[in-house]
Design a protein around this ligand. Structure first.
Ligand code: CS2
Length: 490
């Protein structure tokens, strides 16, 4: 028997005991537009908002996708409803989320989306557009004015494609109509994500028009530190969730029990009472961002490249290899933690909790998924830590292995000679560099370190960095990832 589709009208007939929205969805009105309605947003912010709509229904979310229409196609027949399925060793625990009122596809509904973003009812525009969605230079955090979408949006400001272009056009319409700006809340894994978003968006606005640039200077861009591990949903997940809830969900979200959200409390146009649903509202998010990017994400990227090369498909499998665990424990303890200044936070306990989360056997988190977009991720995950340590004359052996494994990975050829599907905005450029270098570690390092948008101009000339990374690269080529990890972990 096929199950009915999850929707407002089938909500009452789900398997008994499944948690569903406890508030009247008909009373919820939009207060937030979210750009980049991917799995992460639906496992994180949309859940916090779901928790608070019962006490304040004026903060419903309208989600928008800037690239692919598939989320809209999945959620529209479901009236925006979807399941989050929390997985741990004890099983899969489903809950239906109702905070997303509708989803818009920016490519086909651009004008309607801009009109909504300009509506005074919208007081927050939040973002999970991934690192590359900011159209910036990851090494400096500045707007990349040569980016094809930015060139397009400056020439066609009324029909923008990029996130900065959409934000600025909506803000321009608010300015023209005498409507106060919305607050822009970045929820991406960027350092100082609020400040970074502000720098990029105000630059774009100023390039459009000086007066607009000045007005955008007054917009609030609070920083946030977001954390929840969210692997991509598979067909097997869809089948499992459909069986559990008794209705077909075209796009459930699979996640872990842990969730964290630290938010800079700067919302002049108002905000939901996020603190009542588990978020931490603070004055300065930066230390939390550093801690998370350097410890969680730095470990993740290192495990993704060394793990993929070593033949491990999932993070939990990597964690089954004692040498890898030792490497990651050492990377956090010896190399990342000493660079962090977190009074009142027990970093050792934070590390141990991360190792436990990475071990979650029920979470099928692919190394390949985390390996994506490394050129956008390396600067804040590994290179900042490396710079701090080099300045202090401290060792970088494990961090340098993360960088070397990335360089080895982007050659596009695995250890068994099979092709690696390298997903990265610079993939073509990097694979051309790799093809020229062959298996000459020095030449590969030389070519890739020349990507100044990733490495800036300082690291290429640093002999300690060069020696460490080239040494690891030679070992990766000659002995393979598992043997190299075992050696470096010692
Ligand atoms: C991961 C992150 O895919 C990746 O690059 O490192 O998405 C990670 O799972 C989240 O930042 C956890 O909060």
């Amino acid at each position: 028997m096929t199950s009915p589709r999850l929707s407002q009208s089938t909500l009452a007939n789900l398997t008994s005991g499944i948690a569903v929205p406890a508030y009247d969805r008909a009373k919820v009105t939009p207060g937030i537009v979210h750009l980049g309605i991917g799995a992460f947003h639906r496992a994180h912010m949309a859940v916090y908002v779901d928790d608070l709509l019962g006490s304040d229904p004026s903060w419903g979310i309208v989600g928008a996708s800037l690239r692919r229409p598939d989320t809209k196609a999945a959620l529209e027949p479901q009236d925006g409803l979807y399941t989050i399925a929390v997985r741990d060793a004890g099983g899969t625990h489903p809950r239906v989320i109702g905070s997303i009122l509708s989803v818009m596809d920016a490519n086909t509904q651009r004008e309607a989306l801009l009109t909504l973003m300009a509506d005074p009812a919208i007081r927050i525009v939040s973002l999970t557009v991934t690192e590359k969605g900011y159209c910036h230079d990851p090494a400096t955090g500045e707007l990349d004015q040569r980016h094809a979408d930015i060139v397009h949006d400056l020439a066609n400001p009324g029909t923008p494609k990029s996130a900065p272009g959409m934000l600025v056009e909506a803000l321009a319409r608010r300015m023209a109509a005498g409507v106060a700006p919305f607050t822009v809340m970045s929820c991406d894994n960027l350092p100082n994500n609020g400040e970074t978003a502000k720098r990029i968006v105000t630059k774009f606005a100023a390039l459009r028009d000086a007066a607009l640039g000045e007005w955008v200077e007054t917009v609030a861009f609070p920083s946030t530190m977001v954390d929840r591990i969210v692997p991509s949903t598979t067909d097997a997940d869809r089948t499992e969730v459909t069986g559990l809830i008794g209705a077909e969900d075209a796009w459930p979200i699979m996640t872990e029990p842990f969730t964290q959200w630290v938010i800079e409390d700067h919302f002049p146009s108002g905000r939901p009472a996020f603190e009542t649903v588990g978020a931490q509202l603070v004055k300065d998010v930066e230390p939390f961002e550093h801690m998370k990017l350097r410890m969680l994400n730095g470990s993740h990227s290192t495990m993704a490249y060394t793990g993929y090369l070593g033949g491990y498909e999932y993070i939990a499998e990597v964690m089954g290899d004692a040498a890898y665990v030792k490497l990651i424990h050492g990377l956090m303890t010896e190399e990342a933690m000493p660079t962090l200044d977190m009074p009142g936070v027990d970093l050792g306990a934070y590390r141990d909790q991360l190792l436990e989360r990475f071990r979650n056997p029920a979470l099928k988190h692919r190394t390949w998924q985390i390996a994506m977009d490394g050129s956008q991720k390396l600067p804040q995950r590994l290179l900042g830590t490396i710079r701090d340590r080099l300045k202090a004359g401290q060792g970088i052996e494990r961090l340098a292995l993360g960088v070397a494994a990335w360089m080895r990975y982007v050659t596009g050829v695995a250890e068994d000679g099979s092709e690696i599907d390298v997903r990265d905005p610079h993939a073509l450029k990097m694979m051309a560099i790799a093809a020229d270098a062959g298996d000459d570690a020095e030449a590969l390092f030389e070519g890739l370190v020349g990507l100044s948008e990733v490495f800036g101009s300082d690291l290429a000339d640093n002999s300690v960095f060069r020696t460490a990374v080239v040494g690891h690269l030679e070992s990766l080529f000659d002995e393979g990832a598992r043997a190299t990890v075992a050696k470096v972990a010692q």
